[in-house]
Design a protein around this ligand. Structure first.
Ligand code: IKT
Length: 328
């Protein structure tokens, strides 16, 4: 069996968890990593423990022995190396809100061909990626968007649940996330803050660590998020499941306790062909971490992407598209 060669862009909390998860996968081999200060690559595979050590001690994967390189523009520099990578997981915070689309454009410009998956959150960010569809097709890139927990696992669950109905009336996604300390997920927490009333993505991005800590002090460590601008809506609409107005996303993040404050779930209500109104629920186990629920689906979709790519299918799909389609 020849393993799929995987690259990771972003080596913060999520990227490091992704590296650790890959160590459990025989079919996937981590060969390239980039963070904001450097990159590392090796065709023989990278060791997640050594990468984490480089991060912990020096603050960048660029310090990883002979495989590491420090540079001011790690993504461009890594792409310029023409490293043999079948698919990248873009485990990057989308701050500013145009960042992921700009990274996708760097891949397009580099001439690299392969699979890209993201765990993006915002509707407007997905719209930017969808506008690159023709460029992905011309460039031989298979892009799958919204492959984390939400959008991702829960969106796909909604797409599956929809099959019992002739009309989908509502989709409600409610997440509960528990992390022991916010510093383990500095960027993710800033992205969450950007959803709070009175904060923009720019404001959240430019907050100092002290300002984030002060905000969390004032809320007892909790971030309560309601009616979020969340790409589950556009992805379910695009997959033909329901109008985006019927999709609602919110949840609670506890930044001081690894236990989930509530069980993450998606509830899809619909009307059956017999005229009955009913609700399907999909509930995540409380012991599964955000890292497990984001990185697991991302790599599952990366494998799907590689299968599509090998058959010559290029363009952009989402976690909801690569499920049973909803027939009207
Ligand atoms: C968001 O989607 O914007 C917030 C993120 C939600 C992750 C859901 C994980 C669910 C689970 O593991 O139970 C995150 C809080 N940034």
């Amino acid at each position: 069996m020849v393993a799929i060669r995987v690259g990771l862009l972003g080596y913060g909390g999520l990227g490091q968890a992704a590296g650790r998860l890959l160590a459990h996968k025989r079919e996937l081999q981590l060969v390239a990593v980039a963070d904001s200060k450097g990159y590392a690559h090796s065709g023989d595979g990278l060791d997640a423990v050594a990468l984490e050590q480089a991060m912990r001690i020096h603050g960048s994967v660029g310090y990883l022995g002979t495989a590491g390189v420090l540079t001011s523009d790690p993504i461009e520099a890594l792409l310029a190396q023409n490293v043999a990578v079948d698919g990248y997981f873009l485990a990057l915070p989308n701050l500013p809100n145009t960042f992921m689309a700009s990274v996708a454009q760097s891949f397009i410009a580099s001439g690299w061909r392969g699979v890209l998956v993201d765990a993006i959150k915002r509707t407007s960010a997905v719209e930017q990626l969808l506008s690159l569809e023709d460029a992905f097709k011309r460039s031989g890139i298979t892009y799958i968007t919204g492959c984390g927990a939400t959008p991702g696992l829960l969106t796909a669950a909604a797409a599956l649940a929809a099959q019992s109905f002739v009309e989908v009336l509502s989709v409600r996604i409610t997440f509960g996330v528990g992390i022991a300390n916010w510093e383990a997920y500095r960027s993710t927490v800033r992205e969450d803050i950007a959803h709070l009333e009175g904060y923009s993505t720019e404001q959240a991005r430019s907050m100092s660590d002290a300002e984030v800590a002060a905000l969390l002090e004032s809320t007892g460590g909790l971030l309560k998020l309601e009616n979020m601008e969340h790409a589950d809506d556009i992805l379910l609409e695009r997959a033909g499941i329901c109008a985006r107005e019927r999709v609602q996303v919110g949840g609670v993040v506890d930044t001081r306790n690894p236990q989930k404050p509530l069980s993450t779930n998606v509830q899809l209500t619909g009307r059956t062909f017999e005229g009955k109104i009913s609700t399907h629920s999909f509930v995540l186990g409380d012991e599964t971490s955000m890292a497990a629920n984001v990185c697991g689906p991302a790599f599952g979709y990366l494998k799907t992407g590689v299968e599509l790519h090998r058959r010559g299918h290029y363009g952009i799909w989402s976690s909801a598209d690569l499920m049973p389609r909803f027939a009207h």
